[in-house]
Structures are given as structure tokens and as C-alpha cells.
Design a binder for this molecule. Structure first.
Ligand SMILES: Nc1ncnc2c1ncn2[C@@H]1O[C@H](COP(=O)(O)OP(=O)(O)O)[C@@H](O)[C@H]1O
Ligand SMILES: [Mg+2]
Length: 219
């Protein structure tokens, strides 16, 4: 059973125009996939569909064999971490530490005394410890992206979807992100990265999907 099975899905925002149709592909749990395609072709839309945020007009999406229609947003969010194109929309707590706490608490089965240690560890890895008492909104864009990543990873997700993670990062920050991706890869967590940066993708993915209005092409 694949981690994701996308089975002949079609999507449109309105009745007159189909964004894409008959898109099918599978993703295995520890696969690292790049998703490319011109601006406006529907990459972010596809990510939202995979997170259960948007519903398709036809076709089916299965997550670990279960139809996504039967899963709640929270069921999906516990398994799949999503870093939005604009990470600001997912950072809403008063401080960086609170944001991490909120995220970890999402998985209700963690012991209270493990939480502090986990927050410390992740803030250290993502070099955010000195900002732990600051508001997420005052961080730089790169720091926001790192916090969004740290917070989704804190939930012990099995898979990650990153939407254009490099767009607002300078070369130094891209190198940092690359370091974190290697850590994620080593942990056996699969991911799908949406990006225009082919050089970046070539280093971090083992398959490229090109989204087209008539299905996807695999290269
Ligand atoms: N909520 C929405 N309502 C109507 N049209 C939308 C909405 N969101 C995106 N679109 C349109 O759908 C198309 C695909 O958008 P998007 O998935 O963001 O593309 P990409 O991420 O590949 O650039 C674009 O033409 C965009 O303007
Ligand atoms: Mg997009």
C-alpha cells in the first residue's frame, strides 16, 4: 500500500474552467518527491487537496489506504506536516515557545514532562533557541519558515509537504534548509517539495512530478 494514492483526480475552482484533470500518482512513505509546473498550474491547490483542505470534483485520494474523505483534517495533520507557501498563516501563538507547545500538544499521547525537552531540542536544531520568547511574527521570513518546519516536525509526522520553501531564502538559509532536509531524510520521513528551483530539487528529491492540466508526468 502506498502512503498516498492519487487516483484520477480532477479539480476546478469554478464550473467553467478545469484546473487539472485525471491526475494520478503514488507516493511511498519514505520517498522524496519534487513537484514542478508553471505558475498557476495548481501545485498549491494539489497540496491543499492532499491535506484534505480542498475537495476534488472527481477521482479519489487515499492516505495509507484510507479514503481522505473519511479522515478529519486533524487525522491528516497528525500524519502529514504541511509548510504553507506563506508560513505566517500557520504561526499564531504569542511566542515561539508557545507555538511549539501548541503543535506538540496536537498529538495528545505525549507525556507532559517530555514536551519541554522536545521543544528545547527542536529549537536548538533549527537555531531558534535565542528567539524562544519572541513573537513568531517578528521573526525574519527564513526564521518563520524554520519555525513552521520545527513545529510540524514536533508532531512526529510521517510525511511532509513543503510549498516553495526556498522562495524567500538567501543562499545561506537555503544551505541551512538543505541541512535540515538531510536530517529529515535520515529519519526516513518522506516529503513532497513544490519548487521552481531545479538545482535545489535535484539535490533533495529522487523523483520529479510535472503537473499539467491533463495529468502529471513523471521524470
Ligand atoms: N481560492 C481560489 N479561488 C479561485 N481560484 C483560485 C483559488 N486559489 C487559486 N486559484 C487559481 O487557481 C490557479 C492555481 O493556483 P495555485 O494552485 O496556487 O497554483 P500554483 O501553486 O501552481 O502557482 C491559479 O490560476 C489561481 O489564481
Ligand atoms: Mg503555489
Amino acid at each position: 500500500m502506498s502512503f498516498y494514492t492519487i487516483d484520477s483526480i480532477s479539480f476546478s475552482y469554478n464550473k467553467t474552467e478545469t484546473l487539472f484533470k485525471d491526475v494520478s500518482f503514488n507516493i511511498e512513505k519514505n520517498q522524496n518527491i519534487g513537484l514542478i509546473g508553471p505558475n498557476g498550474c495548481g501545485k498549491t491547490t494539489l497540496a491543499n487537496i492532499m491535506m484534505g483542505i480542498l475537495k476534488v470534483q472527481s477521482g479519489e485520494v487515499y492516505l495509507q489506504g484510507k479514503n481522505i474523505k473519511q479522515l478529519s483534517l486533524s487525522d491528516i495533520g497528525k500524519r502529514v506536516g504541511y509548510v504553507f507557501q506563506n508560513p505566517e498563516v500557520q504561526l499564531f501563538c504569542p511566542t515561539v515557545k508557545d507555538q511549539m507547545y501548541f503543535s506538540i500538544r496536537y498529538n495528545k499521547d505525549i507525556e507532559e514532562d517530555q514536551i519541554d525537552e522536545k521543544i528545547k531540542h527542536l529549537l536548538y536544531i533549527f537555531e531558534l533557541d535565542k528567539h524562544k520568547d519572541h513573537s513568531p511574527l517578528n521573526l525574519s521570513i527564513g526564521e518563520k519558515q524554520r519555525l513552521a518546519l520545527a513545529s510540524v516536525l514536533s508532531r512526529e509526522v510521517e510525511f511532509l509537504i513543503l510549498d516553495e520553501p526556498t522562495t524567500s531564502l538567501d543562499i545561506l538559509r537555503i544551505n541551512q534548509l538543505e541541512k535540515y532536509l538531510s536530517i529529515i531524510q535520515q529519519k526516513g520521513i518522506g516529503y513532497l517539495i513544490i519548487s521552481h528551483d531545479r538545482g535545489f530539487l535535484n539535490k533533495h528529491v529522487d523523483k520529479l512530478l510535472i503537473l499539467k492540466s491533463e495529468g502529471v508526468e513523471l521524470i
